[in-house]
Design a protein around this ligand. Structure first.
Ligand code: ADP
Ligand code: MG
Length: 237
């Protein structure tokens, strides 16, 4: 693997929702590159454009102006090259947990039997193997979030994007999920981008970026900088 591979590149990429006086600029011209081996945390207040930027990086949204390209992924994101853990509910209600987790593999042509085996292995990594037979409606928010992480790991993507994957988890489980994402990214030689409100999670990745009003800048969001007053989240347990 060439660790200087640029998996995705944004060049002055912007995304506006709506038009006229109702227009919201969710992301202003962002220029950035994510390479294999990168471990990037993005912090920033709610509404600052973190999810929109992740959707641009995943190719789920097209930029209104500017460009997003995937030079290291044969020019185009695919379900088995880019994996995203969505911020909101994303499991398919009619499928049980193991079927949800195996789905990307089955869609990519793997036999159901081997897809199921890999799905169970990935569920075990996030301590969710015991949930295999449950339907999404029978899961807590945190359990569903762990299953969504397992589903991304199962597809073994080169670029892993996780949108507040610890948002609904207690601190210990959150740490475990981040450790699993970091280990999976190492094993796969992937790039990893995690958005988070938790400064501890942000610091567990090797680089920190932040978003403010749709603009991306290097470093942790101001609220987490050393000069900011300590918050309950920052305090030692
Ligand atoms: P964050 O993830 O940092 O909370 P988002 O990317 O979700 O921020 O949102 C950035 C801004 O874009 C917000 O003002 C939000 O209301 C707006 N926005 C996001 N998605 C849409 C959409 N589909 N339609 C209209 N506005 C949207
Ligand atoms: Mg968001």
């Amino acid at each position: 693997m060439n660790t200087t591979d640029v998996l995705v590149r944004c060049e002055a990429a912007a995304r506006t929702y709506g038009t006229g006086t109702a227009a919201v600029v969710a992301v202003h011209g962002v220029t950035c590159e994510i390479r294999a081996g990168d471990r990037i945390a993005i912090t920033g207040p709610s509404g600052s454009g973190k999810s929109t930027l992740l959707h641009l990086l995943a190719g789920l949204e097209a930029p209104t102006t500017g460009q997003v390209t995937w030079p290291g992924l044969a020019g185009k994101p695919r379900p088995d090259s880019v994996g995203i853990v969505f911020q909101g509910p994303s499991l398919i209600p009619a499928l049980d947990v193991v079927e949800n987790t195996a789905l990307p593999l089955v869609l990519c042509g793997q036999s159901e039997r081997s897809a199921r085996r890999r799905a169970l292995d990935c569920l075990a990594l996030v301590a969710a193997a015991h949930l295999a037979d449950r339907l999404p409606e029978e899961l807590s928010g945190g359990q569903a979030q762990r299953v969504a992480v397992a589903r991304v790991l199962a597809a073994a993507p080169r670029l892993i994007l996780a949108d507040e994957p610890t948002g609904q988890l207690d601190r210990a489980t959150g740490r475990r999920v981040v450790a699993v994402l970091l280990a999976a990214a190492d094993t796969l030689g992937a790039g990893l981008v995690v958005t988070t409100h938790d400064p501890r999670v942000a610091r567990s990745l090797s680089r920190q970026w932040s978003m403010h009003d749709g603009r991306l800048q290097p470093g942790l969001a101001e609220a987490f900088s050393p000069s900011a007053p300590a918050t309950a989240q920052d305090a030692e347990p």
